[in-house]
Design a protein. Structure first.
Length: 472
């Protein structure tokens, strides 16, 4: 009988174990998880902190008991301390009893996820140990943040990506004085171009959030908090100033948690396991291992806009990769379709969504890219209410292939990003998107949907630029 070891059980681990047992119900599947829960939706921590979660129990979509019913052998509160890939064995320690045991496997699934980025900054380690600074990753982190938020009068959030921005927004809605710090020049700078980030920053300022953009953090030091207790608060020192609050939360992104296997497998420079289109890992010499698989935040994804393997930790990527493992674990049968890293965020009344590349990212990759931005109401002006949508599309100058798009509005524009994701995955050009049939109904959109308008504007810009070039 085939024995599979699954290391880690959040999104990728949960779906991988379920998929394997669905396709091979007679196999033995040992799942090792160092926590006492599985499948926690950490993307909900900010909403939890802002009192927008109906029940913390509903932040878990599976449980050890459910996986056991599916046929998995669950080793909860077990930390894997050593993995011998060639020898097909691992050591795991029961964190409750302290006892260690060796387990053998025929196939290995690495779904160890990621860890919060904690760069080497003076005083950060001590601040985390003393509770003056916190991480924002798992269920226990969420509980600590929620408890501290009940008493804190001020919070500094370090990192203005999705995690930090959402947390800053939610804490500010509770009347907490929030300072948002990032070394990059704009909020959500890796996810959106300036046409959108300007609106996000305006929303923060309208809600009295202090923005410290373009400021690299260089030190943390203890400070007297608003409760008057010495060292209960913290000062965050940047290259340009100092900010003091009752608490600091690190939201500076994630790094792959691959310490156990990174020396034995082929990885990107920062440790993400490189997988092929069947989710198989390889040796450092690039020999594919048909018995080792990886998925989720510890692994790469194939990013379709650049046709390259990249590290883009998203729950959607983790789930889609993991489901393929069960179908490919015996023999390679179903290829990974890749990702556009499609995502969305809401800050106050402003909804934002994106898929693929920003123009800034494309230019940093030295791609011949261009972009066009439009702003128009999402439905006709004769309706009793409507609101403008800001939309940007990024495309390749030579091939006209769509590379990405972004949307922002006080209206639900999430599905627009999904539409762009499909277009990118299908290899659409701006011409094909402009010609795509889309519905019209005054309750929902204009006679020409704003996505169609966006594509048409891109075609017009490309043709005008080409005409000017010929005129020269």
């Amino acid at each position: 009988m085939t024995t599979v070891a699954v290391i880690g059980c959040t999104h990728a681990g949960t779906f991988a174990a379920t998929s394997i047992l669905k396709n091979h119900p007679d196999w033995t599947v040992d799942v090792f998880e160092k926590n006492d829960t599985v499948s926690f939706l950490s993307c909900g921590i900010a909403l939890w902190a802002g009192n927008h979660v109906s029940s913390t129990e509903k932040m878990f979509y599976s449980s050890p008991e459910e996986l056991e019913k599916s046929g998995a052998s669950m080793h909860m509160c077990h930390e894997v301390t050593d993995v011998d890939i060639k020898g097909k064995k691992l050591d795991a320690t029961n964190l409750e009893s302290g006892k260690s045991k060796q387990y053998r496997f025929d196939k290995l699934v690495v779904t160890t996820g990621s860890s919060p980025a904690t760069p080497f900054i003076q005083g950060l380690r001590e601040a985390l140990q003393n509770g003056q600074a916190m991480l924002c990753k798992d269920f226990n982190d969420g509980k600590r943040i929620v408890e501290r938020a009940k008493k804190a009068k001020s919070v500094i959030v370090v990192g203005a990506g999705y995690i930090g921005s959402e947390l800053a927004e939610q804490l500010s809605t509770r009347g907490i004085k929030v300072t948002l710090v990032d070394a990059l020049p704009h909020v959500l700078d890796n996810n959106y171009d300036k046409t959108v980030t300007d609106q996000a920053e305006a929303a923060f300022r309208d809600h009295d959030v202090t923005l410290a953009m373009g400021q690299k953090v260089v030190a943390f030091r203890p400070e007297t908090g608003s409760d008057g207790v010495e060292d209960s608060g913290i000062t965050v020192v940047t290259e340009l100033g100092e900010y003091t609050a009752d608490l600091a939360v690190m939201g500076a992104g994630f790094v792959p948690n691959t310490r156990l296997v990174s020396a034995q497998l082929r990885t990107l420079g920062y440790g993400a396991i490189i997988v092929d289109k069947y989710m198989r890992a390889a040796t450092p010499e690039n020999d594919v291992l048909d018995y080792v698989f990886a998925a989720g935040d510890c692994a790469t994804v194939h990013f379709n806009p650049t046709n390259s393997d990249e590290y883009r930790p998203l729950a959607t990527n983790a789930i889609r990769e993991a489901m393929l493992i069960g179908e490919n674990i015996e023999e390679p049968t179903k290829e990974y379709a890749g990702t556009q890293a499609t995502s969305a965020v809401q800050l106050y009344d402003l909804s934002m969504s994106s898929s693929g590349m920003t123009l800034d990212l494309a230019q940093r990759r030295h791609m011949e890219a261009d972009a066009v931005t439009i702003q128009e109401n999402y439905r006709p002006e004769f309706m009793l209410s409507t609101t403008p949508v800001t939309a940007t599309i990024v495309f390749d100058k030579q091939s006209s292939r769509i590379l990405g798009a972004q949307f922002a509005a006080e209206h639900d524009i999430s599905m627009a990003a999904n539409l762009i994701s499909v277009a990118i995955q299908a290899g659409f050009t701006i011409d094909q998107l402009a010609a795509t049939d889309m519905l019209f109904q005054p309750n929902f959109d204009q006679p020409v949907n704003y996505v169609s308008s966006l594509a048409m504007a891109a075609v017009a810009k490309r043709d005008q630029d080409a005409a000017k070039a010929e005129g020269k």
